[in-house]
Design a protein around this ligand. Structure first.
Ligand code: ZN
Ligand code: ZN
Length: 247
């Protein structure tokens, strides 16, 4: 009977071989699991680094915005969820205590409820632009009106009359040429000569204004200044290289 219970040598060998193979596979599996853990650790570490870097950049360039901090937080929670549960779930936005917190829209400057900012931004950028010169928020549809206002003769004359160099800088930056002439053929320097506006005069010449342009009567700014008795501007014009010979 004993003979029958013994396995033939061939089968015995085969089983031994299989056992050995199983051992090998177990070891391979262990190695793969180790590698997997390492990859997840690396992923976690590099994601942390990236998120922190975004935060830093944001703080440097724009100042920390609570809205972005929330988004970064949610990204962090999402990937931790992926690692722990192996699936991507949208993390529900937790009810925040600062739901009513207001933030200033970088585009239009209005105060917006922080939780509505993302939605607001989309429509806001579509509808309005911010003037790069004066910072005013303008409806896209009336952008040209904004520029026309800044380029109006009225605005230019007022600024020079008040000798308001800052205002005149803004006017030029809104697109008025330094050698602009009004309907009466007066250049900006003619207006300075007429109103005795020395600061504006210096500013215009620093921007390359031509001192020799003539008005409809054929007079240069220097002649206009002398005729008006505005000696300070006349002297300045001569000092700045205006031609003293009358043509
Ligand atoms: Zn806005
Ligand atoms: Zn503007």
């Amino acid at each position: 009977m004993e003979v029958q219970s013994e396995l033939p040598q061939e089968i015995h060998n085969l089983i031994q071989k299989k056992d050995k193979r199983i051992e090998e596979l177990k070891m391979q599996l262990g190695a793969l699991e180790d590698e997997n853990t390492k990859i997840i650790d690396n992923f976690q570490a590099s994601t942390e680094v990236l998120l922190n870097r975004i935060k830093e950049l944001e703080e440097v360039s724009l100042g920390a915005r609570p809205q972005t901090a929330n988004i970064l937080n949610r990204i962090r929670k999402s990937y931790i969820n992926i690692i722990e549960n192996g699936k991507f779930d949208h993390i529900k936005e937790e009810p925040q205590e600062d739901v009513k917190e207001l933030e200033r829209c970088a585009n239009c400057g209005e105060m917006i409820i922080a939780s509505k900012m993302a939605f607001h931004t989309v429509t806001c950028y579509r509808k309005t632009v911010r003037c790069k010169v004066c910072g005013e928020s303008i409806q896209r549809s009336i952008k040209s009106q904004h520029l026309n206002l800044w380029r109006s003769i009225q605005k230019i004359t007022n600024a020079i009359e008040k000798d308001d160099e800052e205002e005149l800088t803004m006017i030029l930056d809104h697109g008025v040429k330094v050698d602009y002439k009004n309907e009466e053929g007066k250049s900006l320097l003619h207006l300075c000569a007429e109103y005795n506006s020395k600061s504006c005069l210096y500013f215009l010449i620093s921007r390359g204004a031509n001192t020799e342009l003539t008005n409809t009567e054929g007079s240069t700014p220097l002649i206009v200044a002398i005729e008006a008795g505005n000696n300070k501007v006349a002297t300045s014009l001569i000092e700045l290289g205006a031609n003293i010979e009358i043509k």
